[in-house]
Design a protein. Structure first.
Ligand code: SF4
Lengths: 471, 212
């Protein structure tokens, strides 16, 4: 029986090397991205076993998680971070892996540089020891985050052992309202599903809203798949995808491109293919979103009030503990809350489009005095585009500085830590307790909401500031 | 290949971690939902290049004040509760893929985590390093919490061969799921890499067929 297949099934099934009955599939991995924090113990494991990296040509290393975002030309001050960076460089050299370290022109956040250089292609399997590897699903790849034992597994065998996840499709129909970005779409979906609503599933995003989205936007949405518990998310490749990847350094060229295209054009969900779960939302009902709690599922339209504990699913005790940490009350309005920090960056919203959006709001305005702003490009390539497009001038004029690329305050492993008790509007992906520094309080939002907060010093509906200039 | 069985090989195989068969222990309750891996081990403790010492920083910011003094009301600082089993609320281990979270749980001395729901990556990481994640029903989880509250010295039996967890004081039990392959690994202390190295030739054959 030639069963109708989903996009996910097509890609997964074509990578199964071996099936273990009542066990996981052995899945072949086309691309393995490696960074300094989750790899040292994996390389140590190889050494202890006396084995080599099986396919160094399919392995790419970049330094991003604990790197400083100022003075990258100087030696890294923190000895532990410096040591991790040194280990990555040594391991990359020892095993013949491409290494884009600090200062390298291709350096940047792993999930930003992968697509930029065409390492990410449709129909591939991509893994990395970072849960937001789901980003690469925007290209119609199966991409997911793995633990360090699995990093070692892939280094050793170019395979991973995974039970096949179930399939979910999320359709967003219609058109987005003015001022609503891909980040809002993602935060909206997570607020509906909760942080565990897609656990055990691999998600396909479908519908007009995603069809009309740029690759940057699709990456933002797929990036956040993990925040609803999904193993990953993906979008069928189309002209937008092919146009984006064509001519990038690692994408196929000439006749290989044509062969690849023939294959890539078969990557869509067959009509009548069956999903284990399917959800549909109306895109026009989505507002600019903001979170108010300590997980990404605790989000709402920016003009709403914080729900009361009797309205939420899940335990009221956990909910109250979360609001207590945030120093918010049930029923509070978010609009008008004074903020201290703004973080624009991360693999969620550290791409050129995000900087364009941010600049569109701050243009002709000034950074509020009470706000410390960290604007961190996702890569050197993004940084160059910011300069070339004149965005840097707009930002400087408005009183902002640009930092150097890296993960930065997304996980605050370097010095970019929000101090205890301070409130930050962040374009990153997690608002967990202490995620941006011990005691830090995080509101997740889009670059537009972040920009509106940066110039007003408080939570502000960006649509208020967008009236004329955004057409 | 038969159910979850290993291919035969001479090269088998040193134990990757302690074997897991039947664990009888008291348990430490953490009745909070959505415990994320940033709480289990905050990012600033991920700078090690070896898998050592993570237990000291398990639940660091819930366990210690900023001046490093212990927070009296956190369960790991309460001598009433001890044991090799950690019992957590729904959606345990969400967030980051950091295996350091599982290492911290193991290094602290836990060998088993019981919850009514686990995040995928955390569950996988635990299985890969010898911590058994046991998923029970929401009702049974409440019974376990209730029993520990009544009697902190209550013991629980986690029987992996029989895939059953029992509240020894009441005799109530529930079965749990684990795939045959992983069960075999846990009871023997094997890991996936040995398995994969055993089938390396077929992997290399497959690699030749990949277009990119
Ligand atoms: S920006 Fe944040 S989520 Fe993205 S790779 Fe870096 S640490 Fe991970």
């Amino acid at each position: 029986m030639s069963a109708k297949k989903t996009l996910f099934d097509k890609v997964w099934d074509s990578h199964v090397v071996h099936q273990i009955e009542n066990g996981p599939d052995v899945l072949f991995i086309d691309r393995h991205m490696v960074h300094e924090v989750t790899s040292p113990v994996a390389f140590l494991g190889l050494k202890n076993r006396g084995i080599r990296v099986l396919h160094p040509e399919k392995t790419f290393a970049t330094a991003d998680h604990n790197t400083p975002t100022i003075n990258q030309h100087l030696p890294v001050a923190d000895p532990l971070s410096a040591n991790q960076l040194k280990m990555l460089e040594e391991n990359a050299n020892e095993y013949g892996i491409s290494y884009w370290g600090l200062g390298h022109e291709k350096n940047g956040i792993v999930h930003v540089v992968g697509p930029e250089y065409g390492i990410t292609v449709p129909g591939a399997t991509i893994v990395c020891g970072d849960s937001h590897t789901s980003t690469h699903g925007a290209f119609g790849a199966i991409a997911f985050g793995i633990g360090t034992s699995e990093v070692e597994m892939v280094l050793a065998s170019q395979c991973i052992m995974q039970p096949k996840p179930k399939r979910m499709r999320i359709n967003i129909t219609g058109e987005l309202q003015y001022g609503v970005t891909p980040k809002d779409v993602a935060l909206f979906i997570i607020s509906k599903l909760t942080t565990s609503g897609a656990t055990g599933y691999f998600v396909e995003y479908a519908g007009d809203v995603f069809k009309n989205m740029t690759m940057e936007g699709r990456m933002t949405v797929c990036n956040l798949s993990i925040e609803m518990g999904a193993r990953g998310g993906m979008i069928a490749p189309d002209e937008t995808t092919f146009h984006y990847i064509k001519g990038r350094e690692f994408t196929p060229k000439g006749a290989d491109w044509d062969t690849a295209m023939d294959y890539w054009q078969t990557l869509y969900t067959d009509e009548d293919a069956i999903f284990d779960k399917e959800l549909t939302f109306d895109g026009s009902s989505i507002e600019p979103m903001i979170t108010y709690g300590t997980n990404p599922g605790m989000g709402m339209g920016i003009s709403n009030d914080i729900p009361t504990s009797d309205m939420v699913q899940g335990g009221a005790t956990t909910y109250r503990k979360s609001l207590q940490y945030m120093k918010f009350d049930e029923g509070d309005s978010m609009i008008g809350k004074p903020i201290d920090f703004v973080f624009l960056g991360s693999c969620t919203n550290g791409r050129i489009e995000d900087f364009r959006a941010f600049a569109s709001i701050v243009k002709g305005r000034k950074k509020a005095d009470n706000v410390t702003a960290w604007l961190v490009p996702g890569s050197h390539k993004v940084e160059s585009a910011i300069k070339e497009e004149g965005i840097l001038d707009v930002l400087t004029e408005a009183g902002f500085e640009l930092r150097e690329p890296g993960c930065s305050a997304c996980l605050a492993m370097n010095d970019d830590k929000v101090p205890p008790g301070k409130l930050a509007v962040s374009t990153s992906n997690r608002n967990f307790e202490g995620r941006q520094g011990p005691g830090s309080r995080t509101l997740l939002a889009s670059p537009l909401v972040a920009a509106a907060a940066a110039v007003t010093g408080k939570v502000t509906d960006p649509r208020e500031l967008m009236k004329e200039e955004f057409v | 290949m038969a159910n979850g069985q290993w291919p035969n090989s001479k090269k088998q195989k040193k134990m990757a971690y302690d074997k897991f068969n039947i664990l009888t222990s008291t348990a430490v309750p953490l009745p909070i939902e959505n415990v994320d891996t940033d709480q289990i081990i905050p990012a600033r403790f991920l700078k090690a290049i070896e898998r050592k010492g993570f237990g000291d920083n398990l639940f660091r910011d819930w366990r210690y004040n900023q001046d490093n003094s212990p927070k009296e009301d956190f369960v790991l600082n309460d001598a009433t509760y001890t044991g090799k089993i950690l019992v957590g609320g729904k959606n345990f281990g969400s967030g980051s893929s950091r295996e350091h979270a599982a290492w911290a749980v193991y290094d602290y001395g836990f060998r088993c985590v019981i919850s009514s729901f686990f995040a995928d990556i955390f569950r996988g990481n635990c299985l890969n390093i010898g911590v058994l994640p046991v998923q029970v029903s929401a009702e049974f989880l409440q019974k376990i919490f209730g029993e520990i509250e009544k009697n902190p010295a209550a013991e629980f039996e986690v029987n992996l061969p029989e895939q059953k967890v029992t509240i020894l004081t009441t005799g109530e039990s529930e079965s749990f799921h684990i795939n045959d392959y992983k069960k075999g690994n846990m009871t023997n202390g094997f890991d996936d890499i040995d398995y994969l190295l055993n089938i390396k030739d077929s992997i290399q054959e497959f690699a030749k067929t990949r277009p990119f």
